[in-house]
Design a protein around this ligand. Structure first.
Ligand SMILES: C[S@@+](CC[C@H](N)C(=O)[O-])C[C@H]1O[C@@H](n2cnc3c(N)ncnc32)[C@H](O)[C@@H]1O
Length: 399
């Protein structure tokens, strides 16, 4: 697709947008939207789904540069909600949408039925969603609409709101991978030997954030027991310092690239972080506690963490209102790139991603180098003086 096609705004975009979220997050999502877009008006809503009427003049910007809302799992322009007995009755509208907007992708999914974890409920693309997608594809043949598409592709959204009730819409995919997953639902699966569900959260967070972690690098996880996320990191070839007073599962504890430090994060000697490039946190403590501990680690002059993924536990949905404060705080440590999102596999928690530079730039720096003494990137706040007196300069050689 040419750049001009990529950047063109189609005629006739609807004046409603839909946003899906975890069941229970609707109010907090409305407040988040209210803070960022005070001119949007709440419209049709169900558990896990909120729609808004938007000003006409906002439509082109939203099409080209969709906002990253913390609590939005999926979002798009809403064409309307249809009550039908048979999917076939959607044919005229579906065909019109595909032709009008030049859809090349198709995402079919269902609204969440319950809060994640409630009676073991896990949000996911269901077998019925896959069946419906098949029927829609047959309806649209010989056109081929793919599920897994790249950035800048127009996707037809078909969401089952209730049995026989469908929301039809469109969105343009972006660099953010979640815009390319049906309903923002990742396809990460829990391996049979995973020692905890945290494996899923870590895999999804790594895919969403695109942090350029490389095999052989050191990372640390605060709150590592029983070890699912460390397992995911070890599988990607990282060397892991797992910090947790609790017991780590033997599968992880006995891994040759895992070191268990059986202490609370606050009481761990800071010098052990000198080789660490990536910091992860998943402690069941308040967001402020996590941020206090992390600040104490990453702001030391002899510590040089390139990027972080911090799980912030929401004891109360109102904590989401503090997001701008959390972001400013992390930026003040020398991490200009900060994003936050509630991921598909999250319970009542959020992921905060931070990096010392945009990930594409970090990826270039993080690549294994031929010259042994290549310097590692510094946080913008790290002064020349502190680097010069950095006794761990040798530790900063990219492995
Ligand atoms: C949700 S679990 C972590 C799951 C883990 N990431 C995994 O992959 O299985 C929360 C963990 O935080 C640990 N924790 C709580 N407070 C902590 C602290 N101050 N320092 C380190 N770990 C802490 C708990 O012991 C518990 O194991």
């Amino acid at each position: 697709m040419s750049e001009s096609q990529l950047l063109s705004v189609p005629e006739g975009l609807p004046e409603f947008v839909f946003v899906t979220c975890q069941v229970g997050a609707e109010q907090a999502l409305r407040r988040e939207v209210g803070r960022r877009f005070p001119q949007w008006r709440g419209a049709f809503a169900r558990k896990g789904l909120v729609t808004f009427k938007i000003p006409l003049e906002d439509r082109p910007t939203l099409w080209l540069h969709p906002p990253e809302l913390i609590l939005a799992r999926a979002w798009g322009f809403s064409w309307g909600v249809y009550r039908v007995e048979d999917l076939e009755q959607l044919r005229p509208t579906v065909v019109e949408l595909v032709n009008r907007f030049g859809c090349k992708g198709l995402h079919v999914w269902s609204r969440d039925r319950a809060e994640p974890g409630h009676f073991d409920y896990e949000p996911a693309v269901t077998a019925l969603d896959i069946e419906c997608a098949k029927t829609l594809r047959q309806m649209l043949a010989p056109r081929v609409l793919k599920t897994w598409v790249g950035p800048g592709v127009v996707v037809l959204d078909v969401m089952q709101v209730d049995p026989g009730v469908w929301l039809l819409g469109v969105h343009r995919t972006t660099d953010c991978p979640t815009s390319r997953w049906p309903g923002g639902l990742s396809r990460v699966r829990l391996p049979e030997d995973a020692v905890s569900r945290a494996y899923l959260k870590m895999e999804e967070a790594l895919r969403w954030s695109a942090l350029p972690i490389r095999s052989g690098q050191w990372c640390a996880e605060l709150g590592a027991a029983p070890g699912g996320s460390s397992q995911a990191l070890l599988r990607r070839g990282l060397r892991v310092l797992g910090i947790d007073p609790a017991q780590v599962h033997p599968t992880v504890a006995n891994h040759p690239h895992f070191v268990h430090i059986r202490r609370k994060a606050r009481y761990v000697k800071r010098r052990i972080f000198r080789r660490v490039r990536w910091l992860f946190a998943d402690m069941n403590v308040t967001p402020n506690y996590t941020l206090d501990v992390v600040e104490d680690i990453v702001t030391r002059p002899d510590v040089n963490i390139w990027g972080m993924l911090l799980t912030l536990k929401l004891t109360d949905w109102k904590l989401v209102d503090q997001a701008p404060r959390y972001i400013r705080r992390v930026q003040s440590w020398g991490y200009p790139v900060v994003r936050m999102r509630q991921l598909h596999h999250h319970r009542r928690e959020l992921c905060l991603m931070a990096a010392v530079a945009p990930v594409e730039q970090l990826a270039r720096r993080s690549r294994p180098r031929r010259t042994k003494d290549a310097p590692c990137p510094r946080r913008p706040s790290q002064t020349k003086a502190s680097s010069a007196s950095d006794s761990s300069a040798q530790d900063c050689v990219v492995p």
